[in-house]
Design a protein around this ligand. Sequence first.
Ligand SMILES: [Zn+2]
Length: 349
Amino acid sequence: MTALPSTGASWGVDHLARACAACQCRWLLPAPQATQCPWCGTTGTLSEASFRVPAPEHIRTNAASREAVARTLRRALARIPAALRPPDLDPRRLEDRLRAVFVCRWQVDSDVHGSWSCQAGFDYDVETHRERRVAGGWDVQKINRTHIDWEPRHGTLARHIDNVPAPALVEHRRIESVLGPLDGDDHRPYQPGDVAQGAVMLPNLSQAEAWNRAQDSLDEEITQLVQAACGAQHIQNVKIDARYDNQNWTLLLTPLWTTHYQDSRGAIRHIRVHGPSGAMRGELCADHKKLTLARWGTRLAAVALGAVGVWNPTGLIPPPLVVMIAAMILFLGPRLLPESAKLDNQTAG
Ligand SMILES: [Zn+2]
């Protein structure tokens, strides 16, 4: 593995290496962005660091452009009237804070030498007959059933397996469950310019830990190889005794977009976008104090309208009609004021 200077030179970019004390993320950041953590959004928690991480081999396609993400955010934000938004929920601020973040996952190539044993299952058809009495004699019905013949099998294994996926981040599962897969065929060779304007979330899981987590994928692949070698339709009780040599670890980058705002209770709300799919996650929340005031204002206005209707100073509109309109505003008005705009079903576009 190549030693990486803190400037990120081996990645071909002039980024700075930083570690965030708040969320434990490790970063390569463009110098102008090196004061605020792109993931947790906190400032003053980044410290200088030095990491030994090889440049990535591949990067996935970013289908969601910056303009498309900003446009979708503006459209979603329009669902909350400006008068109800917290001060920080501003389309220009969301756009200014929009950053490209590249997250890593490992891909491991390895030689596999060893032995295996299993129970291989082979389908075979059994034909039986059922007789039943019908008017004037017997009817014979033919029944075909498929059974499995289980046979022990064993053999040796000498293969080279490429691109076994392995997590590179402690947060890998959480990121995937929220945003989408950090693996896909939509990738091409990495070029230094790819991350020139973006932040790179570097691996914070050691290769030993990542290898333990990769074993499931590897065992699954070997099981498929064993089943194919047996020519069996089913397989069970697979035991693999193998040695893994000549491992080659490479990184695959998945692009994301991230921005944030402070809600009316002072909490930082994150908005994130999965670059390859454009899937958005987050919620744009109205200011809860402004919302409460607006709801009470609507109720009071409805009551006032109802009172004027009953008083009927002009006599132009029948009082029952005014009271009915006032009642509708009283009950429906507060409910029509939006609490939030959810982005979870939106795709940047
Ligand atoms: Zn952080």
